[in-house]
Design a protein around this ligand. Structure first.
Ligand code: PLP
Length: 396
């Protein structure tokens, strides 16, 4: 590997120098008011990024996976029923976690490459007259397949069915990179981590709870200690924490939120869309296809690219690392060997992206795929020339 090249994996993402510095700070007493000056602004800024006026934000020393566990264990009891679609590795892992916690998961098997089937959710919720389903899980952005789902449509499904289930959304690879509307979509628990859209090292689980989710915690009986939101909330009230917080990361989170809000959420989202559109132009020029089946589900943070049948897509990733010191993402689960992934989220510019596309071309050509060097790069260049980053920002 090379420390000079950017990474093109869909998390952890490239860290801006200012964030690396913000995480590197002297030891402070986390029971002193100084800690409150880091904790409270970070929680407030995350709430703004979630587009919520009232979500209770909790920040654990953990990762996105711990955020999943926080959502489940605080709001559910053993034997409760959860509705979830499986359309990729991350939705699969969340379902697996539910099952390991003794929850009963009604699984809607969905082809990988497709978005969440809101219409099936509506049928199932409508048929659930006794309201046995307590929670609906929704993976906003399936990082394994590069598929974005319509969370507003899942909310509409719940409302159309008149169903009171809570809506839990995995926004680990969307929040702070793609539009996310906690309040408008009626999200009850949103889950993310520090190492994707927030451009920080891994180490924080960041979750938002609605008032309805907080209510559910009062009767939920799944065992929880480390991830107990009441222990956490009690600490917050005293500028403190139930155990030792990851102070440096939380300081970094503050700075990351400042950066994101200063750029402006709409500008951040537009930048991701613009960069992703250039990547998709390149893929098209290569004559390759996305795993995502249609433009309405194309993710602006990660592209999973199908390689020709008989070719092992993982070879591209291995070759890129060994030969050019560049990291791409491998295919996971059902699409292992069938796709390679280009992450395009977080701290990224058009120019960085072009270097990644150029590297992917070299790898594919080296490995004997019928790729004309420069073809994808040229397509992306044309798109970026027509939609330059700075002009767009000035006009906004
Ligand atoms: C990365 C990711 C996770 C897992 O997060 P960790 O921080 O690795 O625990 C969960 N869901 C999605 C959609 C992800 O992209």
């Amino acid at each position: 590997m090379s420390f000079q090249n950017p990474v093109f994996i869909p998390g952890p993402t490239n860290m801006p120098e200012s964030l690396r510095k913000a995480c590197d700070m002297p030891t402070i007493d986390h029971r002193s008011p100084l800690f409150g000056q880091i904790l409270h602004p970070a929680r407030k800024a995350v709430q703004t990024i979630l587009k919520s006026k009232s979500a209770e934000v909790f920040i654990f020393p953990s990762t996105g996976t711990g955020g999943w566990e926080t959502a489940l264990t605080n709001c559910l009891s053993a034997g409760d029923t959860v509705l979830a679609a499986r359309n990729g590795m991350f939705s699969h892992r969340w379902i697996d976690m539910c099952q390991r916690h003794g929850l009963n998961v009604e699984i809607v098997e969905t082809p990988w490459g497709h978005g969440l089937p809101a219409d099936r959710y509506e049928e199932i919720l409508t048929a659930d007259k006794d309201h046995k389903i307590k929670v609906v899980l929704a993976t906003h952005n399936e990082t394994a397949t590069g598929v974005k789902s319509d969370i507003a449509a899942v909310r509409r499904a719940l409302d159309a069915a008149g169903h009171p289930a809570l809506l839990f959304v995995d926004g680990v690879s969307s929040i702070a990179s793609m539009d996310f509307r906690f309040d408008d979509w009626g999200v009850d628990v949103a889950v993310t981590g520090s190492q994707k859209g927030f451009m920080l090292p891994a180490g924080l689980a960041i979750v938002g709870f609605s008032a309805k989710a907080m209510d559910a915690t009062k009767t939920a009986t799944l065992p929880r200690t480390f991830f107990d939101v009441h222990d956490m909330a009690k600490g917050y009230d005293n500028n403190a924490y139930p155990y030792t917080p990851a102070v440096g990361l939380m300081n970094g989170l503050n700075t990351a939120c400042d950066m994101i809000l200063k750029e402006g959420l709409d500008n951040v989202f537009a930048r991701h869309t613009r960069i992703a559109t250039g990547v998709r132009a390149a893929i098209d020029a290569w004559g390759l296809e996305l795993c995502a089946v249609s433009p309405d589900v194309y993710s602006d943070t990660v592209s999973a690219i199908r390689t020709p049948v008989g070719f092992n897509a993982t070879d591209i990733v291995t070759h890129a690392a060994n030969t050019y010191g560049v990291a791409f993402g491998v295919g996971l689960g059902e699409v292992a060997g069938k796709v390679f992934r280009i992450g395009h989220l977080g701290s990224l510019t058009d120019v960085m992206m072009l270097s990644g596309l150029a590297t992917a071309e070299m790898c594919m050509a080296d490995l004997g795929l019928d790729i004309k060097l420069g073809s994808g790069v040229a397509a992306a260049q044309e798109f970026y020339r027509a939609n330059p980053a700075l002009k767009q920002k000035d006009a906004a």
